[in-house]
Design a protein around this ligand. Structure first.
Ligand code: ADP
Ligand code: MG
Length: 250
């Protein structure tokens, strides 16, 4: 689904990502781990089109997408949860979901706000889709809550829900578990697994919670100091001396 080929990026004298290559296979939930400062988020920023690489290439289903801006990638079905327009805290959960398809079509949210929102609200298909997403994620009970009132974990579920309102095929998740309580973490993991299994989403996941990574991801890529140092399943990586040193050495 996503091929990362010899991607490098420096900030001033600091080589944040150095010649990193790996593949996110179609249908996989691929993990990306490494100590703080390893270059994981920089690599995500490059894949998602937020910053260009200094060298190297990114391909999506064989098509060169290096340097394409975020909204073009959004269109092609590659989304990063945080880059779907941030939730509108004064709108309900369901309304937040209903906003997304129009955003993916590239309509300007702010330009003709009122008439645009009227059209979206009257779109039965979008309403049906939003209710399907609410049921799938088991958050129908908060559908009429203002998004701003949700807990951190519920907001992450809403984030996933927004990806489901798009034609996403590949989803980049940067620390989905951060700040989420245990109960909701289980639900979040289950939602990711079901999206993968039942709806064919491919994921690439950065996460610090090793239990979550072990549960969800295979394979897992390990970065340290900007480089890819190992890849494999979590059980074998836990035995890998280079991986152990990378974590203990920083
Ligand atoms: P990770 O997500 O693995 O913790 P990052 O990709 O955020 O690592 O950061 C990798 C390195 O690049 C770090 O040393 C960080 O300070 C540096 N870095 C990241 N973004 C920038 C930036 N916009 N400007 C300067 N340095 C940056
Ligand atoms: Mg990071």
């Amino acid at each position: 689904m996503i091929e990362i080929e010899r991607v490098s990026r420096a900030f001033g004298g600091l080589q944040a990502v150095r010649e990193v290559s790996f593949t996110v296979a179609t249908g996989s939930i691929t993990g990306l781990i490494g100590p703080n400062g390893a270059g994981k988020s920089t690599l995500f920023n490059i894949i998602a089109g937020s910053i260009p690489p200094d060298s190297g290439a990114i391909r999506l289903q064989g098509e060169d997408i290096t340097g394409l801006p975020t909204h073009r990638l959004f269109h092609k079905g590659l989304v990063r949860t945080f880059q779907i327009p941030h939730e509108f805290s004064r709108m309900t959960v369901r309304e937040n979901l209903m906003l997304v398809p129009a955003a993916q079509r590239g309509e300007n949210l702010l330009k003709s706000w009122l008439s645009w929102w009227k059209v979206v609200r009257e779109d039965r298909e979008i309403l049906r889709r939003a209710d399907d997403v609410l049921a799938f994620l088991e958050i129908d009970h908060v559908r009429d809550e203002l998004a701003g009132n949700l807990s951190g974990g519920q907001k992450k579920l809403l984030d996933l829900g927004r990806t489901m309102m798009t034609d996403a095929r590949a989803v980049l998740l940067d620390e989905p578990g951060a700040g989420v309580n245990r109960t909701l973490l289980g639900k979040l993991a289950e939602a990711i697994e079901r999206l993968n299994r039942e709806r064919g989403y491919t994921f690439c996941v950065i996460e610090h919670d090793m239990d979550l990574i072990a549960r969800l991801c295979d394979p897992v890529m390990v970065m340290a100091n900007g480089e890819l140092i190992a890849e494999g399943d979590m059980a074998s990586l836990r035995q890998n001396p280079q991986v152990r040193e990378a974590y203990l050495g920083t």
